[in-house]
Write a protein that binds this ligand. Structure first.
Ligand code: SF4
Length: 310
């Protein structure tokens, strides 16, 4: 995912939309019905739990990397109660190389809360979803919309980019989601629930497949003739330079290597096994301390370390 800095053009008031929302809905939803990828979490058998698992995994990881882990996860833990009954460290182990492994702990925490508070069923109510640990505004809206067909603005990176281009006329949305974007997303929501849910899924897929960050395929876009950015001649991004993500040499990379050793070990591993993964002792210690502080690693006497049991 690439983060960028705000563009002044992205703050168009929702009440002054340059395009009638209804003019976008049908073309995008029709396109989706023809071109949507057949993904396992979109099939009826996925159910609300499958949708929730996929949303946790997809937030910062591409579909192609999520697919095998998702299938294994659902086969092992087909219901929230199954995951809740296992140790959180097993969730971290099964998370594998998806990255940002705190998501595994948060998903485990959500499964425990679903089991304790909701009898093991993913709640339908948006407020109840939002009240679960580890569930933010985006995930609650996504589960309510994709699993239960409700009317919510579901603003992920792809949707924000489509709205920025098609409606606001800016090449990129702001760095972090703004109140103006939320107002815009609500203003664009179809009035009825089924159409709103279809619009949420369709606009997201359009951003993922056609209106991509680096090279949008406007010639394949169902709203090409109405897109504000395209009609304006695709003005170049005029905000501060876009911020790329680096990985090599970062603490994230060190954390990933440390966790890989712990995932592959059946039990606790000695400090010496962890010392072998990175040359810089200061950075290595900082990364390990961070994993312990995040609850992803449990320190034991020795010293030895393992994935958390509780
Ligand atoms: S016309 Fe191009 S820039 Fe506009 S929404 Fe479609 S793909 Fe994106």
């Amino acid at each position: 995912m690439t983060a960028i800095t705000p563009s002044p053009a992205a703050a168009v008031p929702a009440g002054e939309l340059p395009v009638a929302p209804g003019a976008l809905h049908a073309p995008v939803i029709d396109w989706f019905e023809e071109h949507a990828r057949d993904l396992p979490w979109r099939r009826p058998e996925a159910g609300p739990w499958g949708v929730m698992v996929s949303e946790f995994m997809l937030q910062q990881t591409p579909v192609v990397r999520v697919l095998p882990v998702y299938e294994q996860w659902l086969a092992r833990w087909p219901r929230p109660a199954d995951l809740a009954a296992d140790a959180p460290g097993e969730a971290v182990r099964a998370w594998g190389r998806l990255g940002y492994p705190r998501r595994a702990l948060r998903l485990h925490g959500a499964a425990v809360a679903i089991t304790e508070r909701h009898g093991g069923d993913v709640p339908r109510d948006h407020a109840a979803l939002l009240a679960l640990p580890g569930i933010g505004e985006y995930t609650a809206a996504a589960v309510a919309s994709f699993a239960y067909g409700q009317r919510h603005a579901v603003l992920d990176t792809n949707v924000r980019r489509v709205f920025a281009r098609a409606v606001t006329g800016a090449e990129y949305p702001p760095n972090a989601t703004t109140a103006a974007e939320r107002r815009l997303a609500r203003a664009l929501l179809p009035a009825d629930e089924p159409t709103a849910a279809a619009w949420a899924a369709a606009s997201m897929e359009l951003g993922a497949l056609v209106c991509t960050a680096k090279s949008p395929s406007c010639e394949r876009c169902p709203i090409e003739g109405r897109c504000a950015w395209r009609l304006a001649g695709k003005p170049a991004h005029d905000g501060p330079a876009r911020r790329g993500q680096t990985y090599a040499g970062t603490d994230r990379q060190v954390r990933g290597r440390l966790l890989a050793v712990l995932r592959d070990a059946p039990g606790a591993v000695p400090q010496s096994a962890l010392d072998a993964v990175w040359h810089d002792p200061v950075q290595r210690a900082r990364a390990l301390d961070g994993l312990v502080a995040d609850g992803l690693v449990e320190p034991l006497p020795g010293p030895t370390y393992r994935l958390p049991l509780t």
